[in-house]
Design a protein around this ligand. Structure first.
Ligand code: AMP
Length: 617
């Protein structure tokens, strides 16, 4: 197997890589580094963050930089401020032993004056976002006449963000450019367009087939009804006490609301969305990186800048519309060879979307049951036991209080003492979960919330479920028309339907409970006169007798803002199943899965108090 020492690199670089504890080059590094070291060529590298691509271009870039020459020799363009800072940090680590080397990072969102000073101090390498770089060029703060190497990192993302003209301008402003290395998660005509305009010959290097999700991720989905989404999220959080995760939501409003609800209950979380200014977002990221936060709730746009390696879980509070966005979200976990879990909360009618993602992203999903109260308590018990077993009390502490502790509990039986300790730790959870309802779709019982009774029996005693469909007389629907539409769309027999009620904006019908999920999924991919059909369980108003849900006409089971309020998605971010050299415990699934939690000492140190609720409802 190739090792870093086999690459013809400066000794300073090999030493830095050893200092960092890198043992084996990742696949993209194995392919790219040798190619770019000796007789560099132009390349298009298809790889995403997490695959080790920064070192793949960074080490050759540093190899070709001359610290004795005090002018800009290399330029790295990246789409976001966060990525810019990360690349600068990584490059500084790799170049730590190169005396005289300066690496500047310039990006928007902060005053330009400090950056003008930095670029005037003659760095050899500049990492920049396109907009700020052009600003500096226009102010004549920076001279790129001697730039020989240009790296375009996350080129697809820069194009998605509308930087095409800026990239062209910048590349045209580098008259002595000899090599262009373009990295992109996806290959598109636009990406190729840059290559055609600015590169003479290039090699394409990819580490995994396009759009394939990372193989180290366990994709799980949990089926619940729409109004139970939040409770399901909470249950999943309680069930994963060691979580260090990102919870993805679709709108800024959801982001804020969900974060606030969780914070109120004592969870260590924070929102991250576009309405927060840069300073606030940086503060959140700092707290997250230092693990003061166990999770952040983020919109896709805000999450762009997050580059954290040891994310254990990604949770989709709602699925995104776009498979590529799913791949990108889930790719936030299982990075740099680790394994991770991506949990998606879906309603029965969204199962069809799971199947689509499975097909396109070639990711296998596992349906997992939403854990019940006993499972949550059990999981937390074992987590706490591990924490006690692995705790390393400070020596001073042991010395200082040893006597008092011993005296106080001398007479108490060890088992009794442990029981009490554990009881103290778990009693809130036990209280909270003593009457926990079953959140799995299809298991809600009448009376638990006093508002829903989706199940009943028909005249022959058969268990039925009443369903809502967003088609009514306004759409030209009639009783017969509805039966025809449903039977033709799903291939079920007309006799399986009963209690058909067509209203102005929506209709209702009963089906056998065993067929309900199938019918909801089948109908939800259909259109009627060009309108997308929505089917959901019918809701019964509190205390009311009939199935009288007609609210909003065509919004089906969706909450307001579900589609309208999207704040943009990152597209084109397919995570390549790149580096997966050293799995650290994948393979397990569902209930007792603790692969990535066990090793996380940062939460262990805090004695598992992250989920001690301050005052739950
Ligand atoms: P990147 O894809 O460049 O964002 O890198 C992801 C992470 O993997 C960074 O934190 C790197 O420091 C780390 N990394 C890069 N190459 C290796 C390697 N060969 N072995 C172990 N870790 C690596």
């Amino acid at each position: 197997m190739t090792s870093f020492s086999s690459f013809p690199m400066r000794e300073e670089l090999t030493r830095a890589v050893t200092d960092l504890g890198f043992e084996t080059p990742t696949p993209i590094q194995q392919k790219v580094i040798p190619l770019l070291l000796e007789n560099p060529v132009d390349i298009i590298g298809l790889a995403q963050t997490g695959t080790g691509k920064t070192a793949a271009f960074g080490l050759p870039l540093l190899q070709h930089s001359d610290p004795d020459q005090k002018h800009v020799q290399c330029l790295v363009l990246s789409p976001t401020r966060e990525l810019c800072m990360q690349i600068q940090e990584e490059l500084k680590k790799y170049g730590a032993h190169m005396r005289g080397l300066k690496i500047a990072a310039v990006y928007g969102g902060v005053p330009i004056t400090g950056q003008i000073r930095e670029v005037k101090a003659n760095p050899q390498i500049i990492v920049a976002t396109p907009g700020r770089l052009i600003d500096l060029l226009e102010r004549k703060a920076l001279n790129m006449d001697n730039v020989q190497y240009v790296v375009l990192d996350e080129a697809d993302e820069m194009l998605n963000m509308g930087f095409r003209d800026d990239i062209d301008f910048i590349l045209k402003s580098t008259p002595k450019r000899q090599h262009t290395w373009l990295f992109s998660a996806t290959m598109s005509n636009e990406v190729r367009g840059i290559a055609k305009r600015f590169m003479k010959e290039w090699q394409e290097i990819s580490v995994a087939p396009a759009n394939q999700a990372n193989q180290n991720i366990d994709h799980q989905y949990y089926v619940t009804n729409n109004h139970n989404r939040f409770d399901t999220l909470q249950r999943l959080l309680d069930f994963t006490p060691g979580i260090y995760g990102i919870i993805f939501v679709r709108t800024r409003q959801d982001c804020q609301d969900i974060a606030e609800k969780l914070m109120k209950q004592g969870y260590h979380v924070s929102p991250l969305h576009g309405d927060m200014d840069q300073k606030m977002r940086s503060k959140v990221m700092d707290r997250f990186k230092s693990k003061q936060l166990q999770a952040i709730i983020a919109t896709d746009v805000a999450a762009r800048g997050i580059d954290v390696n040891d994310i254990t879980h990604v949770i989709n509070y709602e699925l995104p519309d776009d498979q590529e966005v799913y791949t990108h979200r889930s790719g936030r976990t299982a990075r740099a060879g680790k394994s991770g879990i991506c949990m998606s909360i879906v309603t029965p009618k969204e199962i069809g979307i799971i199947r689509q993602i499975e097909r396109i992203a070639k990711a296998k999903f596992h349906k997992s049951d939403i854990p019940d109260g006993a499972e949550v308590v059990r999981k937390r018990l074992f987590f706490y036991l591990d924490e006690i077993a692995n705790a390393e009390p400070a020596a001073d502490f042991a010395k200082l209080y040893q006597h008092n502790i011993h005296e106080r509990f001398e007479a108490m039986d060890k088992d009794e003492l442990i029981r009490r300790l554990i009881w103290l730790q778990l009693k809130d959870t036990i209280d909270n979960y003593s009457k926990a309802k079953d959140l799995n779709a299809g298991y809600e019982k009448k009376g638990e919330r006093g508002e829903r009774a989706p199940r009943g029996v028909d005249s022959s005693g058969r268990a039925v479920m009443r369903l809502f469909i967003n088609l009514g007389t306004k759409d030209g629907m009639t009783d017969e028309g509805l039966v025809d539409f449903i039977t033709e769309s799903t291939d079920i027999e007309p006799g399986m339907l009963s209690g058909v009620t067509v209203r102005e904006l929506a209709s209702f019908f009963n089906v056998g409970s065993d067929a309900a999920e199938f019918i909801m999924t089948a109908l939800s991919s259909k259109k009627f006169k060009g309108r997308k059909v929505r089917v959901d369980e019918a809701e019964q108003k509190t205390g009311g007798g009939g199935f009288n849900r007609e609210r909003g006409g065509d919004r089906g089971g969706e909450r307001g803002g579900y589609r309208g309020g999207r704040d943009g998605d990152r597209r084109g971010g397919g995570e390549r199943g790149g580096y997966r050299g050293s799995r650290d415990g994948g393979g397990e699934r569902g209930g007792e899965r603790r692969g990535s939690e066990g090793g996380r000492s940062s939460f262990s140190r805090d004695s598992g108090s992250h989920f001690n609720k301050k005052g739950r409802k």
